[in-house]
Design a binder for this molecule. Structure first.
Ligand SMILES: *Cc1c(COP(=O)(O)O)cnc(C)c1O
Length: 372
């Protein structure tokens, strides 16, 4: 830390910058990226065409209020566009919510293995992140409510959660909300909502429609396959929408991003294909990896959290290195306090088969590894 020169606000130097999923294996070996929960099947051809069509207009500023995109989201999810704000990924919206509602001396509550951005956004705003314990890697409503204090400003809940893959039912979500003071903002981050089929799941849109202290965030980065373009959105009460609109950048979402997102929303066939792919391969991968004798946590997202034995040479670190040497990139979970686990995104059919084969060889041990 520099001893001279400008000093950042308290909290900022406590941040370990967010490290995204690696895109390349060591040594630049071409590899299959299973580290960032991106769409296995890629973007909609219609979204790609809409993106390309914007090339002629790159000198023009985007529509700063994302009017057409908010209307398209409203049509697709049956929402009032006036209550939607778009962002440069939902990450931007999460950070803006913290900046607007929490600061020094105040607390931002999240679950122990919740999405890392909550903690980082809290520290960036000078607020104090507070982690509530989970039960079996799942949000624990009572533990969260027990940690609410007079200083709590925001409760972030990823539902389903990344990296654990677990979720709270609509009923549990309502119980959590009912136990919160009215001045605590409940942010339901439903980045994986489109993948979930569980009948007791609710994305949070209904809660956000009904209550002045509930916001839900969504993204085009996962099922919609547009992570590169950075487009997300939030739906919430008019008061919160007004606040976020006051502090966001006036042109925070690029025009190619807006155009591609609209086309992706309208391509229902591609959305169905992405969902069907996940519905087929997520359970297959889980069964196969369980069959290798590893612990695989139940997941309703497009990824699995896998525990490895705590033995040198067979642990998560060794597995990560082995997978990388064989062209597959999982996500290291040390930053999430899960050093014995790896998170693995669902890939294309061939990638999923390859993953299982390479894991099988890894678990057989060094005597057999050479055979690969
Ligand atoms: C991927 C992810 C996001 C971020 O999505 P962007 O819209 O790409 O910023 C937010 N929350 C969770 C839980 C995620 O896994």
């Amino acid at each position: 830390m520099p001893t001279i020169g400008p000093r950042p606000r308290p909290g900022i130097l406590e941040i370990s910058p967010y490290v995204g999923g690696k895109a390349e294996a060591a040594g630049g070996v071409p590899a299959v990226k299973l580290s960032a929960n991106e769409s296995a099947i890629g973007p909609s051809p219609k979204a790609m065409a809409a993106y390309r069509a914007e090339a002629e207009r790159l000198h023009r500023y985007p529509d700063g209020s994302c009017t057409a995109l908010r209307e398209a989201i409203g049509r697709r999810f049956n929402l009032d566009p006036e209550r939607i704000v778009c962002g440069a990924g939902s990450d931007e919206l999460l950070a803006l919510l913290v900046r607007a509602y929490a600061g020094p001396g105040e607390e931002v509550l999240h679950t122990a293995h919740g999405f890392l951005m909550y903690k980082l956004a809290a520290l960036a705003a000078g607020a104090h992140p507070v982690a509530a314990p989970e039960r079996d890697l799942k949000a624990d409503v009572d533990a969260l409510l027990a940690r609410v204090t007079s200083r709590t400003r925001i409760l972030f809940l990823a539902n389903p959660n990344n990296p654990t893959g677990s979720y709270l039912s609509g009923e549990e979500l309502r119980r959590l909300h009912a136990g919160l003071p009215e001045d605590v903002l409940l942010v339901i981050d439903a980045a994986y909502a489109e993948f979930v089929s569980a009948p007791d799941y609710e994305s949070g849109l209904a809660l956000a429609r009904e209550h002045p202290n509930v916001v839900t965030t969504r993204t085009f980065s996962k099922l919609f396959g547009l992570a590169a373009l950075r487009v997300g959105w939030m739906y919430g009460p008019p008061t919160v929408v007004d606040v976020v609109n006051r502090i966001r950048g006036p042109f925070n979402v690029s025009q190619p991003g807006q155009a591609a997102a609209i086309a992706a929303l309208e391509d229902l066939d591609h959305q169905a294909a992405a969902k069907a792919h996940n519905d087929r391969w997520l359970p297959w991968l889980r069964e196969q990896i369980l069959g290798l004798g590893l612990v695989v946590h139940p997941s309703v997202g497009n990824f699995l959290l896998v525990d490895f034995p705590r033995e040198p040479g067979r642990d998560a670190r060794a597995a990560e290195a082995y997978l990388e040497r064989h062209g597959l990139i999982p996500r290291n979970m040390a930053a999430y306090g899960l050093p014995h686990a790896l998170r693995i995104s669902v890939g294309l059919e061939a990638d999923n088969h390859r993953l299982v084969e390479v894991l099988r060889d890894f678990l057989r041990g060094p005597a057999h590894a050479g055979a690969l």
